[in-house]
Structures are given as C-alpha cells and as structure tokens.
Design a protein around this ligand. Structure first.
Ligand code: GDD
Ligand code: MN
Length: 413
C-alpha cells in the first residue's frame, strides 16, 4: 500500500465557486508562484502523460519552479486521475484533484483555481488540441500588463485544422448569437469560446463565478474586473487520442449561460447591486408564488366544488394550500434557488429545505391573516386594499426568511 503523502490527491474545495485573494500574510510567508495552470480532464487516460510531459518540459524552460500544473478530473471511468496521480513522483510540479460529486468542465476549472497558489490562473485542454507553445506568448502578454490573455483561433496565426463546414458554422453562429445577447462581453474578444487562457488572480478574486457548461471565459470576462485583454493566435489541432465531449447539450447550455449573464450583469443586476436586494430572485419567487395561486385554486375547485367532489371547504383549503406549497417548493428549489440547491444535493438536505419552507409559509399565512385584520380594522377599511397589503408583506416575509433559512449557502472551509 502506498501512502506516500506527497503522492496524495488535492482536497476538492466546496461551497461557492469563488477564488480568494491572497492575504498579505500569504504573500509575506510563501511568496506565491507565478502560474497555476489547470488541466480539466474527462476520459483522457491516453493523453495525460504526454500532456504533463510536454507542458513540464516547456514551463521548466521559461519559468522553472515558478508554476504548478493542476489536473482536475471528474472521476473518469477510465481512471485518468489514477494515471495522473502515478505521475506525481516524476513531476513535482504536478497536483491532481479527483472530483467525485460535482461535474462539468467550467466548475472543474474553478475548483482547480480555488486550490491554486499562483498569481496567474490559467487553463488548457488535456487533449493536446491546444498547442502548448502558445503558453509562453500568453504569459508574456500578462507580464506586459494584460489582465487576461487568451489563445484565439480568429487572429493572425490562428485557425482550425480540419473542422467540418457544419462545425465551423455552428461555432460562428454561436459567436454571433453571443454578440447579440451580450455585446459588451463578446465584443471584447475574437474567440469567446476559447478554453485556453490566463487571467490574473486579482481580476477575478472575490467574485462568485457561476458558469454552466463549457464556456468559462465568457463568465470570467463578464463577472471579473478584467481591464486589458490580449490575444495570441493558435491553431486548434486535431485530437489523436480519445474523443470530444461536446454534444448538442453544450449549445443549449451556452445560450442559457448568455441569457443568465445578460440578466445578472444587465439592468436588473445593476439595480440588485445598488439596492443590495436580490431582485432577480425575488421576481422568480413572485412568479412561482403566482403559479401556487393557480394550483391552490384548481385543487380547491376539484375538491370542494358542488359539481366535483363537494368536500367541506376548510378541509379542501388545507389540502389545496399544502399542495400549492409543495408546488412552490419544487419550482423554487429547481429555479429560484437552483444555484444553492445544486450545492446541497441529496434527499436529506432537500427534505430539510422543504420542511423549513413549509414552516416559513405557514407562518407567512398567519402573518397574512394578522395584517389583513390590522390594516382593515385600524388603517384602511377596504378589504381589498387591506388584503393586497397583507399579501405583499407576507410575500416579502416568505421570500426573505426562506432566503436566509431554507436556501442558505452554508460554506464549509
Ligand atoms: N473535469 C472535466 N469535466 N473535464 C472535462 C469535462 C468535464 O465534464 N468535459 C470535458 N473535459 C475536458 C476534456 O477532457 C478536455 O481536456 C477539455 O476539457 C476539453 O474538452 P473536449 O471535449 O476535448 O472539448 P473540445 O475539443 O470539443 O472543445 C474545445 O474547443 C472549444 C472551442 O470551441 C475546448 O478547448 C474548449 O475548452 C473550447 O471552448
Ligand atoms: Mn478537445
């Protein structure tokens, strides 16, 4: 049994996808290295040794001892992580992370960066489709003052080796679509799909990143404080081993991602920031609440209407109300607070959220009745205005308390 600790895997960071800034103590203590290069892998068993070998050979020449390679493998069935781990004794700059729970290219990259100790954070594919030599140009651009340097297929010296017409068309189509939805971001780079770039830690520290799917560069530019951007051309090579994991699903995710960025960095996002209130979440919560009203009405009709089951009114209302609460919970969990529930997977945490949500909503109902009476009897003797006020306050109560209680982000260090 080999329990050599220098050979062990990196601990997978949990909680929000946020990269921390260096503390002054950290800087004083161990003078951070220059470059942390993340290599996300999924089923790259036959590539990995070659990749590590080539990258190390190159970086040992330009920045010896001043970099680290971090392989982040999503528990590949071909055991890429194991092969990578077995390389550590021969490559002291190599670190390996095996993610067993989370999945996905973008989050893999960010988890790798969270474990990184460098001042510059980079990413390169693990299949040699990104020519390693470009790394030195990217580094140079950063050293010359760029906050972000990307390898681009669409500048001088760039291209794709032998893509089909269809893939070229889809790739360009995606870019044009991106320009329409998010011009302020996509307009800054010639190759927004690039998964080969470097960024200064300081440009993205302390911002929570929330990418979906493949396109992490767009996320970094949208949410980070990225000033100057530089590009270097590269030719996207053919794969020799393994296969691409891109499917139609990535296109859908890409569009979803653009829309989400548009909303959160657009007008609604700005208002949210200014008033320090999660406006977008609240709008979703409100919409879900509205859907609950319809569910409640429908069930009430089905149970208590003389033409249907004709059950007693109170009993029907209790059932209808509970089903509506259940409906609202499902939508809120899957949509309004999806980012939070994604971090707390499994049936137990979900049941816990549901019970909390239930209690909060019941308390909200009591509040609703109380306010209705208060307003009607002491302030405005109009039952509809009073009811509207009661509903509005109860909704805010429901939202706020559920935000703080049911879908709370619990960060474990
Ligand atoms: N950890 C992890 N998890 N790694 C992944 C996952 C995942 O879910 N999916 C893919 N990878 C790794 C692959 O093993 C590879 O090292 C890299 O991410 C890129 O994946 P490919 O499947 O080879 O992507 P591609 O060659 O089609 O796409 C390339 O071109 C795009 C530009 O159009 C990549 O460079 C992308 O990064 C780039 O955006
Ligand atoms: Mn590839």
């Amino acid at each position: 049994m080999n329990t050599n600790s220098s050979n062990s895997l990196l601990v997978v960071p949990t909680g929000a996808l946020r990269i921390s800034e260096f503390t002054p103590e950290e800087i004083a203590k161990n003078n951070p290295i220059l470059l942390s290069l993340v290599i996300p892998t999924y089923k790259e068993r036959d590539n990995i040794e070659n990749v590590v070998n080539i990258l190390t050979g190159l970086l040992d020449q330009v920045i010896p001892g001043n970099y680290e390679l971090i392989i982040v493998d999503d528990d590949s069935p071909d055991r890429t992580w194991e092969v990578a781990q077995s390389l550590i004794p021969d490559y002291p700059q190599l670190r390996v992370m095996r993610r067993e729970e989370e999945r996905g290219l973008s989050s893999a990259v960010i988890r790798g960066w969270q474990a990184a100790t460098g001042r510059v954070l980079g990413v390169i594919d693990g299949d040699l489709q990104h020519p390693p030599k470009v790394l030195t140009q990217l580094l140079q651009k950063i050293e010359q003052g760029a906050d972000l340097a990307l390898a681009s297929r669409h500048v001088d010296g760039g291209g794709v080796s032998s893509w089909s017409v269809i893939r070229r068309f889809l790739s360009r189509g995606a870019q044009v679509l991106g320009l329409v939805i998010l011009p302020g971001v996509l307009g800054r780079v010639t190759d927004p799909m690039s998964g080969y770039f470097m960024v200064r830690r300081s440009a993205i520290a302390n911002t929570t990143l929330n990418p979906i799917g493949y396109k992490i560069l767009i996320e970094v530019i949208s949410r980070g404080q990225v000033g100057e951007i530089a590009e270097a051309g590269y030719v996207f090579r053919e794969r020799t081993e393994g296969e691409s994991k891109v499917t139609w699903k990535q296109y859908i995710e890409y569009i979803q991602h653009l829309i989400r960025l548009r909303i959160s960095t657009g007008r609604i996002g700005k208002i949210s920031k200014k008033v320090n209130f999660p406006v977008q979440r609240f709008l979703r919560f409100g919409l879900v609440g509205l859907s609950g009203v319809f569910v409640d009405m429908l069930i009430l009709y089905l149970l208590s209407d003389p033409t249907t089951l004709a059950l007693p009114l109170t009993r029907s209302k209790i059932i209808a109300g509970e089903i509506a609460i259940f409906n609202n919970f499902l939508w809120n969990d899957a949509w309004t607070f999806a980012d939070v529930s994604m971090q707390q997977k499994g049936w137990k945490p979900r049941l816990k959220r549901f019970l909390k949500f239930n209690v909060v909503c019941l308390a909200g109902l009591v509040l609703n009745v109380l306010i209705l009476n208060l307003v009607f009897n002491f302030l405005i003797p109009n039952r509809y205005i009073a009811n509207f006020t009661a509903i509005a306050i109860a909704t805010i109560w429901n939202f706020w308390v559920n935000l703080k209680l049911s879908w709370r982000v619990t960060e474990v260090k």
